[in-house]
Design a protein around this ligand. Structure first.
Ligand SMILES: Nc1ncnc2c1ncn2[C@@H]1O[C@H](COP(=O)(O)OP(=O)(O)OP(=O)(O)O)[C@@H](O)[C@H]1O
Ligand SMILES: [Mg+2]
Length: 393
C-alpha cells in the first residue's frame, strides 16, 4: 500500500469519532435511561439527610455493568447539591489501593475528608480515633459509598464492616450512612448476621438490561461519540444484542461499540459496519482471556496448554486423559506433578473463567468423569495457543 493511500485512508476514517471519550469508562452521562426506579428509590432512602437525619444504610446488588456505580454517584451528587453543605459523600472503590487493611481504609476515608494521615506508622487505634474525630469535626451527614464492598471481607481484618456499622454510637455531631455496592450475589449471606442486618437496612437490586434497553443507552451515547451517519444500520442493535446475550452488561455494550469504531478507523473504513462489531467482540474476548491466562500460576497454564493440545484433533477430552498428558509434560519441563485432585480443581477454575466448558458424565459402573470442551472463537484460541507455546518451549 502506498503511503498516500495509508494517510488518505486515515484522514477519511479519522472522521468516524466526533468525541471518543464519550465511550470511555470515565465518562458520566447526563441522563440514565431505564434506571428511574432505582434512582427514585435510592433518592427516597437518602433524602432524610437533607433534614440532618441519618439515612438507612443501603445495600446495592446487581451483575456487572448494570449501572450501580453510576446511579449511586448520580443520586448522592444531586443530594449534596441540594443540601446547603450539610451532606458530604465519600466514595471509595475498595478494589483500588488504600483500602486493603483496616488501617488503610480508615486513613483513606479520613484523607478523603481532607485531613492528612500517614499511610503507615501509626497504631490502628490512633488512625481510628483520627477518623472519628474528623467525621465529628464535619458536623454533617456523611454518606460513605463502599463500591466493590465484597473485597473488604476477603483482604481485611474481618471486623472492619462491623466497626463501620457501629461508628454512629461514637458520634454526636455527625452521622454516617453506608451505601455498600457489590456484584457478588453470595456476599451478603456470607456476612456475620449483625453486620448483615445493619448494612442491608435497605436493599436495592439492579436487574440486567435487556437488548432494547441497551439499545437506548447506546443510541444516546453514539449521538455524542460518532460523526453523523458513520454507523451502518444494525451496528447498535448488534452491540446491544451481544451484550444482552452475555448478561445485560452496559459496559460491554459500550466497549463493543467503541472497539468496533476503532477497528473501522484503523482499517480505513469510512463507516462502522456489522463485521467490525464481530471483530470487536473477538478482540475484547481475546484481550480478556489472555489477561486472565497471563496472571495464572504456571501449573494452571500447563493444564490449559495440555487441554488445548489434546483438543487439537478431537472435540472433547476427559479429565483422566488430561492428567496423563499433563504428567508427561511436567516431566518434560521439569515441573512438579500435582495430584489428580489438584489438577481437577485447576480445570474447574478454568471453567469458572469461561475459558473451557466442563460437564460431568456418568460412566455407569465405572463412576463419573468430567468432559472438557472449548468455546472460544478460533482467533482467540490461536492467540492463547501462541502465548502458551511461548511459555512452554
Ligand atoms: N442506564 C444507563 N444509561 C447510560 N449509561 C449507563 C447506564 N447504565 C450503565 N451505564 C454505563 O455503563 C457502564 C457501566 O456502568 P456502572 O459502572 O455503573 O456499572 P456497575 O453496575 O457499577 O458495574 P460493576 O459491578 O462492574 O462495577 C458505565 O460506563 C456507565 O456509564
Ligand atoms: Mg461499579
Amino acid at each position: 500500500m502506498s503511503l498516500d493511500k495509508i494517510f488518505s485512508d486515515f484522514m477519511r476514517a479519522s472522521c468516524i469519532f466526533k468525541n471518543r471519550d464519550v465511550l470511555s469508562i470515565s465518562f458520566t452521562p447526563d441522563t440514565i435511561p431505564h434506571r428511574e426506579k432505582q434512582i427514585n428509590e435510592l433518592a427516597r432512602i437518602v433524602a432524610p439527610a437533607l433534614l440532618g437525619s441519618k439515612p438507612s444504610n443501603v445495600f446495592i446488588y446487581g451483575r456487572c455493568g448494570t449501572g450501580k456505580t453510576l446511579v449511586s454517584l448520580y443520586v448522592t451528587r444531586e443530594l449534596v447539591k441540594r443540601s446547603n453543605g450539610n451532606v458530604k459523600t465519600v466514595y471509595i472503590n475498595c478494589k483500588l489501593k488504600g483500602s486493603d487493611t483496616k488501617y488503610r481504609l480508615f486513613a483513606t476515608i479520613t484523607k478523603e475528608l481532607g485531613k492528612e494521615v500517614p499511610f503507615t506508622g501509626l497504631p490502628t487505634d490512633m488512625v481510628y480515633n483520627l477518623f472519628i474525630e474528623t467525621i465529628e469535626g464535619e458536623g454533617k451527614v456523611i454518606i460513605l459509598i463502599l463500591d466493590e464492598i465484597d473485597v473488604l471481607t476477603d483482604k481485611t481484618d474481618g471486623d472492619i464492616l462491623y466497626t463501620l456499622t457501629r461508628v454512629n454510637q461514637e458520634l454526636k455531631n455527625s452521622k454516617l450512612s453506608i451505601i455498600g455496592i457489590t456484584n457478588k450475589l453470595g456476599f451478603i449471606e456470607s456476612l456475620d448476621p449483625r453486620v448483615r442486618s445493619s448494612l442491608s437496612e435497605e436493599e436495592l437490586i439492579f436487574p440486567p438490561y435487556n437488548a432494547l434497553q441497551l439499545k437506548d443507552i447506546l443510541i444516546q451515547r453514539a449521538r455524542l461519540a460518532f460523526s453523523e451517519g458513520v454507523l451502518e444500520e444494525g451496528v447498535i442493535e448488534k452491540c446491544a444484542a451481544l451484550a444482552a446475550q452475555e448478561h445485560g452488561d452496559a459496559r460491554r455494550a459500550l466497549d463493543l461499540l467503541r472497539v468496533a469504531g476503532e477497528i473501522a478507523e484503523r482499517s480505513g473504513s469510512p463507516k462502522v459496519k456489522i463485521e467490525h462489531v464481530d471483530m470487536a467482540e473477538e478482540k475484547i474476548d481475546t484481550d480478556k482471556f489472555l489477561e486472565i491466562i497471563k496472571t495464572q500460576p504456571k501449573q494452571s497454564q500447563l493444564v490449559l496448554y495440555t487441554i488445548l493440545r489434546l483438543l487439537e484433533n478431537r472435540k472433547e477430552v476427559q479429565t483422566g486423559d488430561v492428567f496423563n498428558e499433563y504428567s508427561k509434560l511436567c516431566r518434560e519441563y521439569g515441573m512438579k506433578i500435582l495430584t489428580q485432585r489438584r489438577v481437577s480443581d485447576l480445570i474447574a477454575e478454568l471453567d469458572l473463567f469461561d475459558i473451557i466448558s466442563t460437564k460431568i458424565i456418568s460412566l455407569g459402573r465405572y463412576g463419573r468423569t468430567r468432559i472438557i470442551t472449548l468455546n472460544l472463537a478460533d482467533s482467540t484460541l490461536e492467540k492463547i495457543k501462541n502465548y502458551l507455546s511461548e511459555v512452554f518451549t
